[in-house]
Design a protein around this ligand. Structure first.
Ligand SMILES: *[C@@H]1O[C@H](CO)[C@@H](O)[C@H](O)[C@H]1NC(C)=O
Ligand SMILES: *[C@@H]1O[C@H](CO)[C@@H](O)[C@H](O)[C@H]1NC(C)=O
Ligand SMILES: *[C@@H]1O[C@H](CO)[C@@H](O)[C@H](O)[C@H]1NC(C)=O
Length: 676
């Protein structure tokens, strides 16, 4: 058995009376050189079967749920104990305008169609039509597609969402694909090279004790495998930024069948909402594997797919690739088998990324590469108070729907195309769908958001070359002091150790992922039992002395009150008259109001207030950031004095939640401009 490109991961299986050799190779092209079986469609009672002799997929008909995935001798990789509609599905969480209650709707087709039927490829469609009388279907038509190819151990899915004229408004909070896998088999989850382990089971969770945030559970000592007792499990501990969600999934490794991996591969971020830093769920206990196309998580309602009455809209979510691989049974060395399957899944992800945009999609709503365009250029930063040449290396540059500076964080109806610059700030954004866009950028280490002033129109084949463009970040005068790094997250601040009784061992000893531990917010009351945080510029160090979140303080009976933090600093002299500026960037806000006062805690009104902001819930959902916000606040010199000064930062909203509050990204006090 030869394989031209990659290495071979072969299993000889005896199945149903015939032999076949399954090769999960790093190069899909090499598959096609082998003698292969055509893809077949079979109509069965209440169902449709797609079969390429590597994978056999069974759908309900015309519902379009994936009810069976037969692979590597395993009859069904999915949760066989679940109802058929609770195994592999697309769903939408939505409501009509003003409705308090959300409806969770698993898309059910009313019509099945074969779109393409060739030996090398089959594409099928399940159509869901808006039915105003049903009470459950969102005001949207959905055409769900599945593609199976010859010689590929997996399948693609995508969906075309469309709203027509005259329909009522509505808000789609969530759009996602979910696969619930065989509970007894898929026990090992992999999200990245470091984020992977054997996981608790859904039963372990059911026996555990729910914690303060409903998705978090403390496992008790009746767990399915030793060593899990006393750990916290929370699906939000497995979130990631969309730019990093490219492959994740589960491995089955047991004595009954060959080791098998089930992987969600997302080759492009163009159809997900809210830009590259938006965080979403990946895989979690169930075992469940998701592709989240849209969700309020870590941003809030602002990023919702909210439609006015009569608003016409169309968007293609996907395609994503559900990839299956297997290895020779070698339970004696399961770490090496796991590594083999994970590495192969990563290789397959790179193959999919390289093949993007796919040229085998039948829908005219999915443009192929020759119908797309590109934009290239160089991004520079000019800040007259930063002496060393500001680096724009690895800045994020992207196209999104026209809007305000930073509006892409809340944008969900269109497509976004992001890339990173090289070390000199050069960038090339390829494979952009035709349309009108603005070009935006975010530069790690530089405060604020960039927007290029000219609108950009992409037509099929456009190759737009911009001259070098320059970002002039907000700046009025020289830096007097600064706290943190302007990078849209609170990751550089003090993140406490988790409670020994509330840890997830996946992140034990990890500095990078420490913020994903449960219950860290409550460490604030221990560290500051009586008085709130005071930060002394020059004496303190934000890595150790600036708590990662300004949370509320528990005062009993579930009541939580706001807190006031102080920044104390010295000024040798005050330029009077003169305008000082406080650059204040938040990484997250949840039902919070941040008020700023200078040298007078009782000033009414405060010098500045954000008003009530935020529902990104990043504290509760264990993210280190949510939505990014920046204010440049004028501080008149009359408020300042020679010697000691204090800035009071008050989170003024009280409530009943420990999760209310803000996370800071960066704070800088600037002196008056030295130039008139
Ligand atoms: C399990 O926990 C209970 C309650 O904490 C304890 O009484 C019991 O001894 C534990 N059992 C084992 C096997 O550790
Ligand atoms: C602040 O603390 C961190 C962590 O202890 C340390 O690495 C860093 O050097 C300190 N910075 C300064 C300016 O002392
Ligand atoms: C300070 O800012 C105010 C308002 O922007 C402006 O009217 C005033 O001239 C400024 N003062 C100085 C000294 O720059």
């Amino acid at each position: 058995m030869r394989n031209s490109g990659g290495w071979i991961l072969g299993t000889l299986l005896f199945l149903g009376g015939f032999f076949f050799v399954h090769v999960a190779a790093s190069s899909p092209r090499s598959h096609r050189q082998l003698a292969q079986d055509a893809v077949e469609i079979k109509m069965v009672k209440n169902g449709v079967v797609l079969d390429n002799k590597l994978v056999q997929l069974t759908f309900s008909n015309p519902g379009g749920d994936v009810i069976g995935i037969r692979y590597a001798g395993i009859d069904n990789l999915l949760a066989i104990n679940n109802k058929e509609g609770d195994r592999g599905y697309w769903d939408v969480v939505w409501n009509y305008p003003g409705e308090a209650k959300n409806t969770q709707y698993r898309l059910q087709g009313t019509q099945f169609k074969v779109i393409t039927e060739r030996p090398d490829q089959v594409e099928v469609s399940f159509i869901t039509t808006y039915n105003a009388n049903s009470g459950v279907t969102a005001p949207v038509n959905v055409d769900r597609r599945y593609i199976m190819q010859q010689g590929r151990s997996g399948f693609y899915t995508y969906a075309i969402f469309e709203r027509l004229e005259g329909w009522p408004g509505g808000d789609m909070e969530t759009v996602r694909v979910a696969y619930k896998l065989h509970q007894a088999k898929f026990r090992y989850m992999a999200l990245s090279d470091t984020r992977q382990r054997f996981m608790p089971t859904a039963d372990d969770r059911a026996r555990g004790r729910p914690l303060a945030f409903k998705e978090a559970v403390l496992l008790n000592n009746e767990t399915s495998s030793p060593g899990l007792e006393g750990e916290v499990d929370d699906k939000y501990q497995y979130s990631a930024e969309d730019k990093d969600i490219k492959v994740h999934g589960w491995i089955s490794i047991d004595d009954q069948s060959p080791p098998v991996g089930f992987w969600m591969i997302t080759p492009s971020d163009e159809f997900r909402i809210g830009g590259p830093f938006k965080q979403d769920l990946t895989s979690h206990v169930g075992p469940t594997s998701l592709t989240v196309f849209a969700a309020h998580h870590y941003v809030g309602k602002d990023v919702g797919l909210t439609f006015q009455e009569g608003e016409v809209w169309k968007k293609v979510f996907g395609p994503v690739f559900i990839y299956l691989n297997s290895a020779a049974r070698n339970t004696a060395d399961s770490p090496s088998t796991i590594r083999t399957l994970w590495n192969n899944a990563k290789d397959q992800m790179l193959e999919e990324v390289k093949s993007w945009p796919y040229n085998f999609i039948s829908s005219p709503d999915f443009p192929s590469s020759d119908q797309r365009g590109s934009v290239s250029g160089q991004l520079l930063v000019h800040d007259r108070y930063i002496e060393s040449l500001p680096r724009t290396s690895f800045a994020y540059v992207g196209l999104a729907a026209p809007g305000e500076v930073g509006s892409w964080q809340r944008e969900s109806k269109g497509y976004q195309f992001w890339t990173q610059t090289d070390e000199k700030g050069y960038f090339l954004i390829e494979n952009i769908r035709p349309g009108n866009y603005n070009l935006y950028a975010s530069v790690p280490g530089i405060v604020g958001d960039y927007k290029y002033e000219v609108d950009i129109t992409i037509e099929p084949g456009s190759k737009i070359q911009l001259a070098s463009i320059t970002y002039k970040p907000p700046r009025t005068g020289p830096t007097l002091w600064e706290i943190g790094i302007p990078d849209r997250t609170a990751a550089e601040f003090y993140i406490p150790d988790p409670y020994p009784t509330l840890t997830n061992k996946l992140y034990k000893g990890s500095r990078l992922d420490k913020f994903r531990q449960y219950g860290l917010w409550a460490r604030y009351y221990e560290r500051y039992p009586n008085n709130d945080l005071i930060y002394r510029v020059g004496a303190n160090n934000y890595t150790e002395d600036w708590f990662y979140a300004q949370v509320t303080r528990s005062v009993g009976n579930g009541r939580h009150v706001g807190t006031t933090w102080q920044i104390q600093f010295e000024l040798k002299n005050v330029v009077n008259p003169g305008n000082y500026t406080l650059q204040l960037a938040l990484a997250s806000a949840t039902y919070a109001e941040l008020q700023v006062r200078v040298n007078n805690l009782n000033a009414k009104p405060p010098l500045f207030s954000t008003g009530l902001i935020g529902d990104d819930n990043a504290i509760a959902r264990l993210g280190i950031h949510g939505l990014y916000r920046l204010w440049s606040i004028d501080v008149p010199s009359t408020l300042l004095r020679e010697g000691s000064n204090t800035i009071y930062l008050t989170q003024s909203r009280d409530g009943y939640s420990p999760f209310q509050g803000v996370m800071y990204d960066y704070i800088r006090l600037e002196g008056p401009s030295e130039k008139p």
